[in-house]
Design a protein around this ligand. Structure first.
Ligand code: ADP
Ligand code: MG
Length: 352
């Protein structure tokens, strides 16, 4: 009941928008299920909202609005600040869902990782200034650690809420200039198992570059699409049975890998890595044994980074990228991993 009243009050006092309120700016992205623009507000009286982002989505936009509303109430810090979503039916192309977020910043993790400056460009963003310190492996490791901690923190928020993102990749992790941390975006493929929303996985939405090897994040044995009240009662059990959150953990592990190894940051090299890993039975230790003897200096440097402090980085990575979902660590357990020292634990106790 409380949740209902809260949601209702929030609805009443939050601004609502219509199509004509927005002036379209630069196109930020275009996928199979929608187009994303930077927008500003037409009326000066509305301008205090600042810069916004608009996604014009197809029929899947309805689920994405639902997910964003839920995230805003349950784990607001995990994702980009959602402002408003509505059905826009006057468009020539038929009904579209319009979703509005606050403009979080110019760069996704993908943009930042493409730069030769990575990870120092991220350090500058987080600190707001350039550090006048010698560059080196230890410093790079610290920055990558911070990015991983922020990503896992955001994931833990989603997973604790019962949401599996299913499209975790650098393109869907944005640096929030306001919060000076990374946030997750694009809940277009997300699924909420506790209320049965989007219960039947839209497998075709999954990005094969970052997807875990399991075809279905829920066992095919589980009953199909129960009605909402039944699902609410059942799904914590299903969650325990299937550990669907571990799908995102695998993807986050691949991001960790790409941050440690510059040579795995391109699409083609990641695809090649995926083939190699598959050939090794999804065993990272076996993969390492197969590539390390003939590794170039750049690859060796990546292993060196992960081997710092007795190899705790490598240990964390191998606990995320595993064939069996059951054997992968959870976001919460990863944050308590020694790789993050005491800071991981602090992030948990401080924010929750
Ligand atoms: P899709 O991948 O379905 O096209 P996304 O939600 O991932 O849609 O958005 C596409 C791109 O738009 C992102 O990669 C990012 O560059 C940009 N973007 C999305 N949301 C925001 C936001 N809140 N602030 C700034 N940029 C954003
Ligand atoms: Mg996206």
């Amino acid at each position: 009941f409380d949740m209902f009243v809260l949601a209702f009050a929030e609805r009443l006092f939050r601004p609502t928008y219509r199509k004509d309120d927005f002036v379209l700016g630069k196109k930020l992205g275009e996928g199979a299920f929608g187009v994303v623009y930077k927008v500003s507000l037409a009326k000066p009286s509305l301008k205090k909202e600042g810069e916004l982002v608009l996604k014009k989505a197809t029929e899947y936009g309805a689920v994405e609005i639902w997910m964003n509303e839920r995230v805003r109430r349950a784990c607001a810090n995990s994702c980009a600040d959602f402002v408003y979503g509505f059905l826009e039916s006057s468009s020539k192309k038929g009904a579209e869902y319009w979703l509005i977020w606050r403009f979080e910043g110019e760069a996704t993790l993908a943009d930042l990782m493409l730069s030769k400056e990575f990870p120092y460009n991220v350090e500058t963003l987080i600190l707001g200034e350039v550090q006048d310190l010698p560059k080196g492996l230890e410093r790079e490791n610290k920055i990558i650690q911070t990015i991983m901690r922020q990503l896992l923190f955001a994931l833990d928020g989603l997973h604790s809420t019962g949401i599996v993102h299913r499209d975790i990749k650098p393109q869907n992790v944005i640096f929030s200039e306001g919060a000076r941390t990374f946030k997750i975006i694009d809940l277009g493929a997300a699924t909420d198992l506790r209320v049965g929303i989007n219960y039947i996985p839209k497998e075709f939405l999954l990005d094969p570059r970052y997807a875990a090897p399991e075809q279905y994040i829920m066992s095919t044995q589980t009953p199909s699409a129960p009605s909402a009240p039944v699902a609410t009662a059942l799904s914590p059990v299903l969650w325990q049975l299937n550990l669907p959150d571990r799908f995102d953990i695998y993807s986050a592990g691949l991001i960790f890998l790409q941050m440690a190894f510059p040579s795995l940051r391109t699409d083609s090299s990641l695809i090649q890595f995926n083939r190699q890993l598959k050939r090794c039975g999804y065993d990272l230790v076996a993969w390492r044994k197969s590539v390390e003897p003939r590794a170039n200096s750049e690859l060796r440097r990546g292993f060196e980074l992960l081997d710092l402090d007795g190899g705790i980085g490598w240990e964390l990575l191998t606990s995320m990228v595993r064939y069996k979902a059951r054997q992968r660590t959870s976001a919460k357990a990863a944050l308590a991993h020694p790789y993050f020292g005491r800071e991981g634990l602090l992030a948990l106790s401080f924010m929750q």
